[in-house]
Ligand binder design. Structure first.
Ligand code: ZN
Ligand code: CU
Length: 517
């Protein structure tokens, strides 16, 4: 018997959570041929994995790379972490479907996160054909964004849907599922998803229940309304009859840090009632999104053009300040209350601003911080991303250790150098998976290697219904990641994010060795 690849002398952590064991892994073409001790056979290539752990390729359970595959199909910042599959179309954002004549609207809506997407499609299926044509390095599980559904069927306005529009969204969702979507996602703090009512979402969920569509939710608040928001997400799954994923489980704003345990108990309670609720977590106490999301939902009514128009109106600015400024010094949104020194400019057209806090921007410009922020959003036509330090490190550990959370980076695939996202983007694009392994598993000992790998592989595959990935098992797709448990570490930092991790020497996607030494 001649295999295409034999990985010898490694310690297999198979993704199921079962104890690690000494075993070899044989690959034939795109599939795993055998897993077992002392495999004897000829192979075109042998990798010596002495001292290394051999795991299934990691599944990034929450990614926004669909907004940048056009610029970065190599997905290098993910592949170098050991990621072989990305779950994209999250937080209500997806590049499809697009209603005829609304490409520009979709472009400026999704644009600030990943830059402009060259939209040449309407249907979800046409978009997937385009995506296949790019030949991305990783496998992709694409969701359809509720925001995209709403832009296509309703438009950018802040209003309830009419019955025919609801049917229109359900038709587009069915079409997307038929084309290969795994379900739909919401971003209930982002326009236009934020304008959707619970009933609208239950109805959308119900419409895909028989096809085992999944509901992945950035919930309607991760701060003051955290518990109600988690309850709503669970209710949508329960009444809609579909599995739920709570995106990037967190408690934002120090006044809300105490709520983390209660949210995890709510998930326990729902699971005990038979609702399939899980969550994803990234291993950092800071989040990242577009800076215009600091502005209240009413300012976004009608789309980015309208938002920019309102930003030129001093009265609208005063109203935003009245809505959001607390005690004259903290800015509070659905994502929590933040000090101006906790909000960092990540990427915009002025490289010299990347990495500075809004407090510093205010000092440099001699403006009130809120005005400096709104001026920046206006000047950059909303194309500014930010990093927000609003979570507690203890909660990050608690959420990561919880039995029903998997690892999701909530980030873009980038590459060092002149990548699609210059400046100081959140280091999670480069460091999520090695950071969970190196910091939370090896250093803090919050969980075992087996559990860490399970959260990156088998757990996500089960949630997604992927029958041929997520476990190292004969017959499954040959997605394999080899890492050194003694050294695996993230290198990317908030100050210096474009740095690849260390200790992950081999990554194999569908039998191809894409990271080789
Ligand atoms: Zn989100
Ligand atoms: Cu996200």
């Amino acid at each position: 018997m001649a295999w295409s690849l034999l990985i010898r002398n490694g310690t297999v952590v198979d993704g199921s959570g079962a104890p690690a064991r000494a075993a070899d892994v044989a690959v034939e073409g795109e599939r795993i041929a055998a897993v077992g001790p002392g495999l004897a056979g000829e192979a075109a290539r042998v990798i010596d994995a002495t001292g290394l752990m051999v795991a299934p390729g990691f599944i990034d359970a929450h990614s926004h790379s669909d907004l940048v595959y056009d610029k970065c199909p190599s997905a290098e910042s993910k592949v170098r972490q050991g990621v072989t599959t990305e779950v994209v179309g999250m937080c209500s954002f997806s590049p499809a479907p697009v209603a005829p004549g609304r490409a520009a609207l979709v472009q400026e809506w999704a644009g600030g996160i990943g830059g402009k997407i060259p939209i040449t499609w309407n249907s979800f299926g046409e978009y997937l054909d385009h995506l296949r044509g790019l030949g991305p390095t990783v496998n992709i599980a694409q969701f359809v964004g509720h925001g995209a559904l709403r832009l296509a069927a309703v438009g950018p306005d802040a209003r309830p849907v009419a019955p025919d529009e609801q049917r229109g969204m359900e038709r587009l969702l069915a079409e997307a599922l038929g084309g290969g979507a795994f379900g739909f996602s919401t971003g209930l703090v982002y326009a236009p998803s934020v304008y959707g009512s619970t009933d609208e979402l239950v109805s959308l969920a119900r419409s895909m229940a028989t096809r085992r569509g999944l509901y992945f939710s950035h919930i309607r608040g991760e701060a003051a309304t955290l518990e109600q928001a988690a309850e709503e997400a669970i209710r949508i799954g329960e009444q809609g009859g579909v599995p739920v994923q709570i995106a990037h489980v967190k408690a934002s704003g120090r006044e809300n840090w105490g709520k983390m345990d209660r949210v995890l108990r709510m998930i326990d309670g729902a699971r005990a009632r038979g609702v399939d609720v899980t969550g994803d977590v990234y291993p950092y106490p800071a989040g990242s999104t577009k800076m215009d999301n600091l502005l209240p939902a009413w300012m976004h009514d009608g789309g980015i053009g309208k938002l920019l128009e309102r930003l030129t109106d001093p009265k609208a600015r005063q109203r935003a300040i009245a809505d959001c400024l607390v005690d004259g010094e903290r800015w509070r949104t659905g994502s929590g209350g933040m000090g101006w020194d906790e909000i960092m400019i990540a990427t915009c057209s002025k490289p010299e601003l990347a990495g500075i806090h809004l407090a510093e921007l205010a000092r440099r410009t001699g403006k009130e911080p809120a005005q400096a922020m709104m001026d920046l959003v206006l000047e950059e036509r909303a194309g500014v991303s930010m990093v927000v330090f609003s979570q507690s490190e203890d909660n990050v550990g608690t959420a990561l250790s919880y039995a029903h959370t998997m690892v999701g980076s909530d980030s873009l695939s980038l590459h060092a150098g002149a990548g699609p996202h210059p400046g100081k983007p959140h280091p999670r694009s480069y460091g999520t998976f090695p950071r969970v392994l190196g910091v939370y598993c090896r250093e803090k000992r919050l969980f075992s290697w087996e559990t860490a790998v399970h959260k990156m592989t088998g757990m996500a595959a089960t949630k997604l219904g992927l029958k041929d990935r997520g476990l190292l098992q004969a017959g499954r797709a040959a997605d394999v990641t080899l890492f050194d448990p003694a050294t695996v570490s993230d290198a990317a930092t908030f100050a210096d994010p474009h740095r690849y991790p260390i200790g992950i020497p081999y990554v194999i996607v569908n039998g191809h060795v894409v990271m080789d030494g």
